[in-house]
Design a protein around this ligand. Sequence first.
Ligand SMILES: [Zn+2]
Length: 348
Amino acid sequence: MTPLIEFDFAKGFPLQDVALQDVAKLIGGKVAGMDRPVQYLALLKGGRGATKNRLSYVESPAYWKVFCASDTESAIVSQAVLANQSLPADKSVIVVADNPALAFFEAHERLYQNDRYPRLRGDRGAACVIHPRAFVDDGVVLGERVRIDANVTIYPNTVIGDDTWLKAGCVIGGPGFERKRLFGRLRTVTHVGGVALGPFVEIGSSSVVDCHLIGRFTSVGANTRVDNLVHVAHGAVIGEECSIVAGSEISGSVILGNGVWLGPHTCSNHEVTIGDHAFAGTGSVITGDVPSHALVYGNPAKVRGWVCACRTKLADGGNLSRVTCTKCGTRYERTESGGIRFEKATAA
Ligand SMILES: [Zn+2]
């Protein structure tokens, strides 16, 4: 039986009663260092959140250094990589003959088959309006006054905040696009994370928000409006009060700050970070991180100016150390920490 858990955004979906030795047995590996609990399988670079008891994998000496410097407690590693390294006292590893990435994802599939990943216990708040032709899985948590239109599909492990509106035909919480050659054939990796939306979020018709791959939630913050025909891939984190306009595509693990505007048919490379109140023009192809308040467009999208939180363009902001929004009067000052950026002025 799959264990049921209550919604806890910070904890996500921890593995139930799994230790490093258990994982080692599933993949024919050998534990070095102390045995310890494993609650989350996580990529080393995807270190968002303060979860403990993580297991990752290390494919090269360079990544071994990243692992040693990280707060991830355990990793799957090949004999070849470990041979030239010493194991720090606060780390444990599972040593496999070859291909630790393959071992990591095969361990994940085995853990799923053995019912070690929990599912959310479903719940429905008061005054929800659900069209009779919508499908809402048992493992969905609905807040109050949620509106769900016809032909919406909501997969398990989804949490919908109060007053959120899902428009006709949108799909929330389906598996994302993660293909691996596991157990000898190319397949989609089983997705065991979830989606958290809202409150006061709108998801447009025929838009899709895929669930997180392992352990955590793809999320859309309060008061964000997602237009029609938008794709939000697994692991994306979208802030509050964003506008994601028609046809846009947000790739896996992209992070959006608050108040971001993505114009029609923008797309973004996986894992990029887009800062607060950034504004991307129609059709922007976002291939790298975008600073807060940047106006970007083009292919590849480049910084062309700066915008206020009220979405007014700041006059020639790129050449001045201080600018004031002509519409709302907010003052900004230029800093050069990690590239040029404009931040709200703190002093008079
Ligand atoms: Zn302004």
